[in-house]
Design a protein around this ligand. Structure first.
Ligand SMILES: [Zn+2]
Length: 406
């Protein structure tokens, strides 16, 4: 356990920030005024209701376009972003004030980049489109705040990104884990040796990959770099980072209150985004946390092995519950596999799961992969090779599981 003094200092800080922020929220924020009561101690906090994404979407539908979770008049806000809608939901809009935007960037600079050893001397390449999704902009702003040289990779093909990264002498790559591997494939095709390119650090978010050992190994081998994970959500803020120990993700408890529900779902309350705050928000991410001390010296608890998956991403094969991340950890050990998707069908009331894989090698046999999957997961997953280029590529979150209803 981390020391009792450390733990109680964090708890005191959280309660102090919460009470100060709630005062304003309870007086002017229509969304929260009817739901919350004032909080004096932790007992009061634990009696506050949980909040879901569908409540937020419903509120924005009923009170378009921004909903009622607004603590200030609209002219107090300086940024509008929205969720990627990758789960098939309508996008959720989120507004930031100058102060809450500063909060985002400070967390990036002080925790996420610092945890990965990024400094003002680095050149950070952002392999993103710079659309309305907040992650790109907050990561960019945070690196600028740190004093690093920030290089936008927006509106470029993968090949242009590879060349740009090299020409500019980038030392840090920011992307999803899947897209980092995609860039490595493209570099290979055009005869560029990325492992000699000078990228020494890669930081990833959007998918659990950077905490999945096989995926991390594949990225590190391709770039000769050290690979770090980061967690965050448009509606919450940047919640976690991986440190030098790289066995999980520290949750930034000085800026959020985190709770874990009985089924493992992470619940979070932000403590620095009072213009549009979230109190006891159900993230939909399933986690296992540890309060053991970390070799990096951080007082924050850690999500062991990163986010296991989305609560609704779990699938069942012959009575065994599985997450896409467990499958990914096996598949990524095969450098011959360039992309994969888990197809989940319900046939005659039975769950049938097939792994669709792309490989550039014409003679590749799935036999050994199937045996490895069976041994690691305890169930048989059929693998099927599909034509190269047929599976979707995502620059944002990859959807690893596809449900087919018949
Ligand atoms: Zn640590």
């Amino acid at each position: 356990m981390r020391s009792a003094t450390e733990q109680s200092a964090i708890r005191d800080l959280q309660l102090k920030k919460l009470r100060a922020g709630l005062k304003e929220v309870l007086s002017t924020n229509a969304f929260w005024r009817g739901r919350l009561h004032d909080v004096h101690g932790w007992d009061d906090f634990e009696r506050l209701p949980l909040t879901t994404k569908s409540e937020l979407l419903g509120d924005q539908n009923d009170h378009a376009p921004f909903g009622t979770n607004l603590t200030y008049p609209l002219d107090g806000y300086v940024r509008l972003h929205q969720t990627s809608g990758s789960s098939g939901d309508q996008p959720l809009r989120w507004l930031d004030t100058r102060k809450s935007w500063d909060w985002w960037q400070r967390i990036w600079a002080d925790h996420v980049y610092r945890g990965a050893g990024v400094t003002a001397a680095d050149r950070v390449f952002f392999a993103f489109s710079f659309g309305p999704f907040i992650g790109f902009w907050s990561a960019f702003g945070g690196a600028e705040r740190l004093g690093a040289l920030c290089i936008s990779g927006g509106a470029m093909t993968s090949e242009q990104r590879v060349r740009n990264m090299l020409d500019a002498g980038a030392t840090v790559l920011m992307s999803t884990p899947t897209y980092a591997l995609r860039l490595a494939d493209v570099a290979d095709q055009i005869g560029v040796n990325l492992s000699a390119a000078g990228v020494r650090t890669t930081i990833h978010a959007g998918e659990p990959g950077a905490s999945i050992p096989a995926t991390r190994d594949a990225i590190e081998a391709a770039y000769s770099a050290t690979c770090f994970d980061h967690t965050g959500m448009t509606e919450l803020g940047p919640t976690g980072y991986s440190c030098s120990a790289r066995d999980g993700v520290h949750l930034i408890e000085s800026e959020f209150i985190f709770e874990v529900a009985a089924d493992g779902e992470l619940i979070a309350t932000n403590l620095g985004r009072w213009g549009m705050p979230l109190i006891r928000y159900r993230t939909g991410d399933r986690v296992v946390v540890s309060r053991e001390p970390c070799s990096c010296g951080s007082p924050f608890m850690k999500i062991v092995g990163g986010i296991q998956g989305r609560v609704d991403d779990m699938f069942t094969v012959r009575g065994v519950n599985l997450y896409p991340s467990q499958v990914e950890d096996i598949v990524r050990r095969y450098s011959e596999v360039s992309e994969f998707v888990i197809e989940h069908r319900r046939e005659r009331r039975m769950d049938e799961v097939t792994l669709l894989i792309e490989t550039p090698l014409p003679g590749f046999s799935t036999e050994r992969l199937e045996a490895d999957l069976r041994q690691a997961l305890g169930v048989r997953l059929e693998c099927r090779i599909v034509a190269a280029g047929t599976l979707p590529r995502y620059e944002l979150k990859s959807r690893r599981i596809v449900r087919v209803i018949e």
